[in-house]
Structures are given as C-alpha cells and as structure tokens.
Design a protein around this ligand. Sequence first.
Ligand code: SF4
Ligand code: SF4
Length: 56
Amino acid sequence: MAYVINDDCINCGACEPGCPVSAISEADGKRVIDADTCIECGACASVCPVGAPNPQ
Ligand code: SF4
Ligand code: SF4
C-alpha cells in the first residue's frame, strides 16, 4: 500500500521536500511516488493544491 499521484498533478513540486522518506521524484512531467518507499504519512496529500496524491 502507498499513496499514488494521479494525472491531476501539475508538477508544482510542493510535495517533494515534505516527504519524510524522499519517496517522491519527477518523471515525465509529473511527480511520482515510489510505492516501496512510501510510508503512507499523507504529508504530500495535505500540501498538494490539486489533490493528486491519494491512498491506494
Ligand atoms: Fe511521502 Fe508520506 Fe506522501 Fe508517502 S504519503 S509519498 S511517505 S509524503
Ligand atoms: Fe503534483 Fe500535487 Fe506534488 Fe504538486 S504537490 S507535484 S501537483 S502531486
């Protein structure tokens, strides 16, 4: 289980520095979450302006 960033991501980068385990990186014009690293803290979802990260 992990958070997943959906296609609503506008690649603003706001979520990346707040991830405590550095699971977020940029790929193909959006941010993506490494599912094996994510600890489901929800920090990315709380800062995202478009609600793109969601628990899966
Ligand atoms: Fe990082 Fe937490 Fe978002 Fe997972 S839920 S990607 S650990 S900020
Ligand atoms: Fe994408 Fe939201 Fe992260 Fe910005 S904060 S890069 S819109 S997931």
